[in-house]
Design a protein around this ligand. Sequence first.
Ligand code: FMN
Length: 189
Amino acid sequence: MPILIIYASPHGSTRAIAERISSRIASQIPPTEVHALSDIDPATLSSYTAIVIGSAVHKVAWLHDATTFVHANSTALANLPVFAFSVGAPAGMPKFVRARFERSEEKRLEGAVEKELKSGKATLEAHKLFNGKFEREDAGWCVRTMFACFGGRFGDFTDWDTVDKWADTIVAKLNKPVTGEGEGGGAGN
Ligand SMILES: Cc1cc2nc3c(=O)[nH]c(=O)nc-3n(C[C@H](O)[C@H](O)[C@H](O)COP(=O)(O)O)c2cc1C
């Protein structure tokens, strides 16, 4: 049975990371499927061996659709290993607050996902906050102004190495051997 990777991604960065995770896992323990969260029929969740769910971060929270999906399907998710990732842009914050902001944002996002899962007795295997793309034109006037006031930078902060490494920890957690070095390492984008 496949491993399911699903994402909520208004501007494409979370989708690209989901696709990379899917390719990386598939190169070691195929098969995987990657879909937009809105394309998934919750009735099919029992046909997967594990699920990896990712959401873009807006205002230090998952998108409403992603949070609702986890809450609504928390009972079905209790039967699967659940991995979650968030895609924000803490790397765009000024250096003096960056590390602290990233740590607290990651903790808050993880706690919020765990809370939704708990309602159906599901648990979280692991969560990771990644940096993605944050382009000026993707932010509304209010977010743009607030971010600029904090001294924030826009740009593409995606670190594919970190994404690959996290995908490898999923493979390890699913208790399958990781294939030899070099094999499958360039999977994905
Ligand atoms: C309205 C808005 C609010 C955002 N708020 C946050 C935030 O609170 N924390 C953060 O780390 N990134 C924040 N971001 C940056 C996005 O999470 C980042 O650009 C992410 O890569 C977007 O993913 P996507 O391309 O899949 O939509 C925000 C972006 C937008 C457009």
